[in-house]
Design a protein around this ligand. Structure first.
Ligand code: KG4
Ligand code: ZN
Length: 331
């Protein structure tokens, strides 16, 4: 079975073909990051317009690279939620038209289920149950993956998402957008113990909070500015990254120990090498297996959407031609 996936929830226009659940035939990702960098963040209208301009060409490339013809595609899977609604509408409408044109079923895929499916593409031997931490620019979700289409959200960020916090701290430090890779890079030269930052606490032990941590960074920056004292950007980035990654690691491992399950990490922030290392070390210490989405599948891509679409297909979850796009939707 071949599923064609479409992903346009943020600033990547992506189309992929995935065969028999876990074999990627093609995965074309057109990133708009350079254009949004000029504005220090994503401009939703620009994102929608670029999706509209590129989606047909990206689809042609994905088909060409896969070696499959449109009539060999068994279903079209598309991210229709959550994300930037104008961006989602482009992919959703395109996928609807494609499914109608080739007379193949349409499958809607929740973006977070897509990120979780990136783990199945990375590890052919991985199957549920496990505890997944999905960390992206918009989400920080701790999820009990009971089965391929059965999820329980154990906790989430009560304010900023992990990636959002990296992006905002990077912006405050003048490191540009996207902030995650910039913080990770500059932190290599920094002293992570130089600045003392708080670890925010939440009522639900499986929730996390980043807003207080981000504000603490900004307050120190303002204080140093007013007192005309120097601030080391590398030390501050490293100090922030230390607290953020310690917090996420503890969060994931605690949930795994409570549920007696292995752990998995996915989403854009899962590319962070410090976070991967800490989770790997802590999991080893507790005799837990840890799975990490392949770095090329951490960011948004359509292969993960096609893979998630496979499980929806086998579960009989199809969508009608009246499918709409939604900025938010629970799992
Ligand atoms: O999953 P993703 O590509 O898009 C969303 O669904 O949001 O995640 C993008 C986020 C951005 O906030 C970016 O700064 C962050 O992932 N990110 C990182 C790293 N690479 C990307 N955060 C920390 N360390 C990284 N190496
Ligand atoms: Zn994402």
């Amino acid at each position: 079975m071949i599923i064609l996936g479409v992903e346009t929830s943020c600033d990547e226009t992506s189309v992929a073909l995935v065969k028999d659940e876990r074999q990627i035939l093609s995965n074309i990702v057109f990133s708009q990051i350079e254009e949004h960098t000029k504005y220090g963040g994503i401009v939703p209208e620009i994102a929608s317009r670029r999706h509209l301009e590129h989606i047909s060409q990206v689809t042609s490339l994905a088909l060409k690279e896969s070696g499959a013809t449109p009539d060999q595609v068994d279903a079209v899977a598309v991210t229709n939620t959550p994300g930037l609604v104008g961006a989602l509408l482009v992919g959703t409408n395109f996928a609807k038209s494609l499914s109608y044109a080739i007379s193949k079923p349409l499958i809607s895929v929740h973006h977070l289920k897509g990120h979780i499916a990136s783990l199945y593409l990375t590890y052919p031997e991985l199957y549920p149950p496990f505890i997944a931490l999905v960390v992206s620019g918009a989400h920080t979700h701790l999820i009990h993956v009971k089965d391929y289409t059965d999820f329980i959200v154990l906790g989430r960020s009560v304010d900023d998402a992990a990636g959002e916090a990296f992006d905002k701290v990077a912006r405050a430090l003048g490191l540009g957008y996207p902030g995650g890779p910039a913080i990770s890079e500059i932190s290599k030269e920094g002293n992570e113990l130089r600045y003392s930052l708080p670890t925010p606490h939440t009522e639900n032990p499986f929730d996390v909070s980043f807003s207080g941590l981000k504000t603490a960074v900004i307050n120190i920056l303002n204080q140093k500015r007013m007192q005309e004292e120097e601030l080391s950007r590398a030390d501050m980035a490293a100090s922030f990254q230390k607290v953020a990654t310690d917090m996420l690691t503890a969060h994931l491992i605690d949930a795994a120990l409570e549920h007696k399950l292995d752990v998995a990490l996915c989403g854009g922030v899962a590319a962070n090498s410090m976070l991967r290392m800490k989770i790997s070390d802590s999991a080893k210490e507790h005799n837990i297996k840890a799975y990490f989405a392949s770095p090329v599948l951490c960011g948004d891509n359509a292969a993960m959407i096609a893979a998630a679409g496979f499980y929806e297909y086998t579960n009989g979850n199809f969508s009608g031609i009246d499918l709409n796009a939604y900025a938010t939707m629970s799992l």
